[in-house]
Ligand binder design. Sequence first.
Ligand SMILES: Nc1nc2c(ncn2[C@@H]2O[C@H](COP(=O)(O)OP(=O)(O)OP(=O)(O)O)[C@@H](O)[C@H]2O)c(=O)[nH]1
Ligand SMILES: [Mg+2]
Length: 329
Amino acid sequence: MAQAEAVADLIASGTETSARLAGRTLNGDLSRRISALVEEMIRLRTYIEAKLDFPDEEIDDRADGIIMRDIDSLLERLEAIHSSARQGYLVREGIRVVIAGPPNVGKSSLLNALTGSEAAIVTPIPGTTRDLLHQEIQIDGLPLHITDTAGLRHAPDLVEREGIRRARDQIASADAILWIIDDSHGNDEPEPHLQGLGLPMNAHLILIRNKIDLSGRPPGLTRLPDHLEIALSALDGTGLNTLRTALKEIAGYRESTEGTFLARRRHLDALHKAQIAIQQARAMLKGKGAAEFIAEELRLAHRALGEITGEFTPDDLLERIFSSFCIGK
Ligand SMILES: Nc1nc2c(ncn2[C@@H]2O[C@H](COP(=O)(O)OP(=O)(O)OP(=O)(O)O)[C@@H](O)[C@H]2O)c(=O)[nH]1
Ligand SMILES: [Mg+2]
């Protein structure tokens, strides 16, 4: 199943990195690692279930300690696969970055600087941007979906008000928000603007002090307790590389894709389900819980992993996956 998905991913891959990772998944890297794990799990399940079904037989009495060791080893390997899969998921999906802030601070200029294009209209008139503008770039293989938005202010104009409403919608679903302020307006404190913005829970915030060519502040990054601050100039490009590096960092992106494979949301979900079940089994073993329950958790974990390789994939899911192929279904 995972290999079939890799064919679709290879066709759809937008970057060299994602094509390479899709190729690796196609070769069966993910499936092999999952199968090896499943083998180990089957051994453990066979043992526990045999004891359950034939309590009177002399089955070599493995101490709980050894079962615990086996469970720990399963968890450890699962964690390693999960971490590779998360990297692969990043390469496949990228992150959503929204550029927001008050009018005229240089949001559109920053979009243009990052994309190296004149995609957005830039003028000295506050309220220039009204529609959302979406652009795709990649930084060392990490795809970024960037959106430039209308400057947030109390606008009398109907069109601009709608633009501001859309900007707020975008902010609500972003992975990272670049909140821009004009550093040449010395007394422009960012906090009043940020309050009441309703930043999404998991989103990362980077406060950008723009126009340092005017303010004279040196470029660079400051780490604050709940966000990063970067001083740069969208006009001459000073400090842009610091921003690029920071974006990779908050995404949790590692440049080395050694051992990584292109993963989908459903792979991550299945790996997570398996992890939870095995952790439950471990907790029960530790609390001297009934073997039936331990066996049941291991069965659930086995099933979750089977969903990745296709062994236990429900029909409707199979249909959905294959309907995404654009050729020769
Ligand atoms: N000196 C200097 N000027 C800048 C810089 N960035 C933007 N500007 C200027 O600031 C003005 C506003 O830039 P925009 O990029 O349109 O600002 P915006 O935040 O998109 O504005 P709205 O769309 O109206 O909200 C333009 O005249 C830009 O040339 C910078 O780093 N340095
Ligand atoms: Mg603009």
